[in-house]
Design a protein around this ligand. Structure first.
Ligand code: GLC
Length: 466
């Protein structure tokens, strides 16, 4: 056991994130954000993508709009009824379909045909009274949560895949054109009115109810942030200055990397064996797709080098991504005196039976180390973004209280991540400024937000509602 304890101790030390380190991470993030806004150079670490969203929902949006949310392990189709200022969001109907894993690495035609078919199935449950009048199309907000170089609010080419997707023939292609083609093939009467990233949806959803929202952040399978930037502060933007004077920027901060990030041998191995080595390093230490695998790698080393689970190495420990973040969360929040949940999960996931209390305690400690590092670095990312917007000190904060909207499975389903993120952010902000920053949950932001953006970019704006 001594050897195992010393492996954990070393790991803990390497994962430490004292405030000084977090401030350095935030400064590096701020620096890279400036660089990414300066030019479209491929060498920029942060892409700081122009989203063509310069009018966010106002709360006046009305009508029936669809959204399609693609980005993690599921596709979600939504039908959102908007009732304008008085009624707000009247009703949300939705359906979730899990994406067969082989479609994540097959061909783009197969993926988009599958998406269009799932969407059509959902549309077919539309009550008669909501059918669009003759000659009118249904409108869709398409949330495509990967880095996309947009050329308008309704077009954009995929720069590269992230998370577990890897379909080569889509890189460089216009994703809206692809979806439109697949929808036309099956005769689905629907037009993409807005192509958005999930962070932009998160921002839009929260803005619908609160005008002070300036940042949208997702902590889910992956992680990313979008924020409202002054158009004149984007040197690489050569288009007309929008009426609002603002432009939403998709930072794609998951690709951030810095010498200040506390990376360990497990992170290095995870990265080297991933489908995108050298990329998305910030994402790989923070987001839901990866946290469980970091824990698994540490456990495997302890099994191999310290007989942590006895004389044999449990074979399941060698399977990448077998430990999901929600299972890790369940173990991490186990309050029973004998850590029964931990014992059961080790048995069910890894087929490791009869673990002692001390073994279970060490497993919980590993989860703690990994999730605390993730949450503290996530807070540093937000702090870096606030610096970029000039909201990190009280001096420049105007009357309003800037609001940060957050969403994503990790944020929603891992209380320890959430509370540690919030307390670290408070630590990072100077006391006075901390009181002026508000964090709120943008419920269902990536889906509902896209429907709202479809509404604010509707081709029928100004035309009488049906
Ligand atoms: C990945 C994607 C990004 C998305 C994030 C959260 O980082 O590249 O576009 O916003 O995951 O889903």
């Amino acid at each position: 056991m001594e050897k195992a304890v010393s492996i954990v101790k070393d790991f803990k030390e390497q994962c430490e994130t004292p405030l000084g380190k977090l401030r350095e991470v935030a400064d590096a993030m701020n620096f890279e954000m400036h660089a990414g806004l300066d030019s479209e150079a491929a060498s920029s670490m942060l892409k700081m993508l122009i989203t063509y969203v310069h009018k966010l929902p106002t709360g006046d949006e009305k009508g029936l709009f669809y959204a399609l949310d693609l980005g993690g392990t599921n596709i979600r189709a939504l039908r959102v009824h908007l009732g304008g200022k008085e009624k707000g969001i009247v009703r949300i109907e939705s359906e979730k379909v899990s994406i067969p894993p082989h479609l994540m690495t097959s061909s783009s035609n197969e993926l988009f045909d599958f998406i269009a078919t799932s969407l059509a199935k959902f549309v077919s449950s539309e009550p008669q009274e909501f059918h669009p009048p003759h000659g009118r199309q249904r409108e869709l907000g398409f949330t495509f949560s990967f880095p996309v170089r947009q050329t308008s609010i309704v077009s954009g080419t995929l720069i590269k895949w992230t998370k577990s997707f890897d379909i080569e023939d889509l890189v460089g292609e216009d994703v809206v054109r692809k979806l439109t083609k697949s929808m036309a093939k099956i005769g689905l009467n629907m037009r993409v009115a807005a192509l958005v990233n999930d962070t932009v949806g998160t921002l839009a959803r929260a803005r619908f109810s609160n005008h002070d929202v300036i940042v949208g952040v997702v902590f889910g399978t992956g992680t990313n942030a979008a924020y409202v930037e002054h158009a004149h502060a984007i040197p690489k933007w050569h288009g007309l200055v929008p009426k609002s004077g603002e432009m939403v920027i998709n930072t794609e901060w998951g690709d951030f990397c810095s010498i200040h990030l506390p990376l360990t041998e497990y992170d290095q191995a995870l990265d080297a064996e991933s489908i995108n080595p050298g990329e998305q390093i910030f994402e790989k230490v923070i987001s839901g797709m990866y946290l469980g695998d970091i824990v698994r790698r540490a456990l495997l080393k302890m099994a191999e080098e310290a007989n942590f689970f006895g004389d044999t190495i449990p074979p399941k420990l060698a399977i990448p991504f077998i430990l999901k973040a929600y299972e890790m969360a369940a173990m991490n929040h186990d309050t029973s005196s004998d850590l029964k949940v931990v014992g059961n999960r080790l048995r069910d996931i890894f087929e490791i039976h009869n673990t002692s209390l001390i073994v279970r305690k060490i497993v919980v400690e590993l989860c703690d180390i990994v999730v605390i590092r993730a949450a503290r670095l996530a807070a540093a990312g937000i702090f870096g973004l606030l610096k970029k917007t000039g909201r990190d000190t009280v001096k420049v904060v105007e009357q309003q209280r800037p609001v940060i909207a957050l969403d994503g499975g990790l944020f929603e389903q891992y209380p320890k991540f959430r509370t540690c993120l919030e307390s670290t952010l408070k630590e990072l902000l100077r006391i006075e400024a901390a009181e002026t920053i508000v964090i709120e949950h943008s419920q269902d932001g990536s889906g509902v937000g896209a429907a709202l953006l479809a509404a604010s970019h509707s081709q029928y704006l100004g035309v009488e509602d049906h």
